[in-house]
Design a protein around this ligand. Sequence first.
Ligand code: G6Q
Length: 545
Amino acid sequence: MTTPNECPSWKKLQNHYHEIKNLHMRDMFASDPDRFDKFFLSSQDIFLDYSKNRITPRTMELLMELVRETRLQEKIQAMFTGEKINSTENRSVLHVALRNPADKPVYVQGQDVMPEVHRVLDKMRGFVHQVRHGEWTGWTGKKVRHVVNIGIGGSDLGPKMVTKALSSFNNDGPEMHFVSNVDPAHLENTLKKIDAETTLFIIASKSFTTQETMFNARQARSWFLEHAKNENHIERHFVAVSTNTDRVRQFGINPDNMFEFWDWVGGRFSLWSAIGLPIALSTGMNSFEQLLQGAHDMDNHFRSAPIESNMPIILALLSIWYTNFFQAQTQAVLPYSQYLKDFPAYLQQGEMESNGKSSTLDGNFVNYATGPVIWGEPGTNGQHAFYQLLHQGTVMVPCDFIIFARQPEHNDRQHRLLMANYLAQTQALMTGKTEEEARQEMNAAGMPPDKINKLLAHKIFPGNRPSNSIMIPELTPRNLGKLIALYEHKIFVQGAVWNINSFDQWGVELGKQLARAIEPELDHDRPVTSHDSSTNGLINLWKKL
Ligand code: G6Q
């Protein structure tokens, strides 16, 4: 398989980088009035302006060559047709099947998985209807008012992010809570807000062996039994989402109350499966299905649009351009929407667990950079916190700005203010402020020359800082599905070009192994000497404290 830096286009991109690295976007805009139209895409009601990037038409041509030379189209086809592209775990990668219509077969080892996918969706639909309409009640006959999802990583971040994003669609649905951290404070503080009679616990774990989740689940069950005082009541209050029926049964949950998914669904891509049950309970099954439909719309776009107008491919190529040629190590995701508060954290897992890899698919070490650090916060909060560094710091951070054009239920004036900030920030990052402009501005404000000279350097903004602007007409389940799938496929394209496996996560294993070894050493009072001096020192300090 080809590594990207062996491709002819890579060398050309390196040369091209040296040719254009000193061009300023201000000048590029000034010399080309059509720049917006040249670098603007729309598909499925998602609008992407990528003109405020340090690119020329030649940059995009060369990046497209890279895509062709790394045989992206074949890799896309392999994913959609169920090939075992997660080679280190010997698994297919088929989250796309979870949002595929029932009558379009998707095969895994010769078997169409669509009937099973839709059987579970039907089961979810029935359950969601019962809970939301008060037909499924707690042991005292009361309607479910609280749902606590106990899960971690992929079994938490996706459903939590979407549930929050679509909270305005929760018409009289239950109040949702998410417990992930093994820190006892997380569960305890949640239990304070609920009452056992009206609470449904979802134990969400693909493996049903994850230490943190199992621990919290057992604690939740004990707490419940303290109130209900009868194991038979567990049936009305605990359901499971998992691939592991035996473990679910052993835990004491009736497999009839289990919603299955499959090993070809990766944890961080699982919100479209029964792991999305909290979303469906909160917003209703119709909204959940709209979310799936939106993701399917984006799947169709990704699979069929030519690379020049393929939005996930363009976003991925821009990210590669900055990571591998400008050596940018971080990228920010800045949603101008309070509803998308958890979107950066969700993408952090999506991108960093998928592409934070150092070995190629052929088992060699890479000699080029792979996945960047992803971080972010909603605008405008971020503006009053870390944007200083984005504008005047010494590192370049490419940014994705995301906004919904309309917020029908909200104050127009306030939304315009949000929009003005969204627009102003990308403009400021791009244009900056020259020495000349800074001087004139201070002059016009009547500042004395000695003060101007003192402040001048502080008032200059270098500009030329890249950003993508994503605009979506409004926040609906369907549009959110498109947005999430857009980033999923972007992650896929990056991994495919870097020739790494975006679908395993061996990097989380070592810490787990060591924690298993350390835990028993915390059980006794004797000093510990079996590790390096720092780890020993910290363990022994803890014992003393
Ligand atoms: C995601 C990862 C990881 C996983 C959690 C929870 O892609 O695999 O975040 O989702 O470790 O695993 P379980 O669902 O098996 O508890």
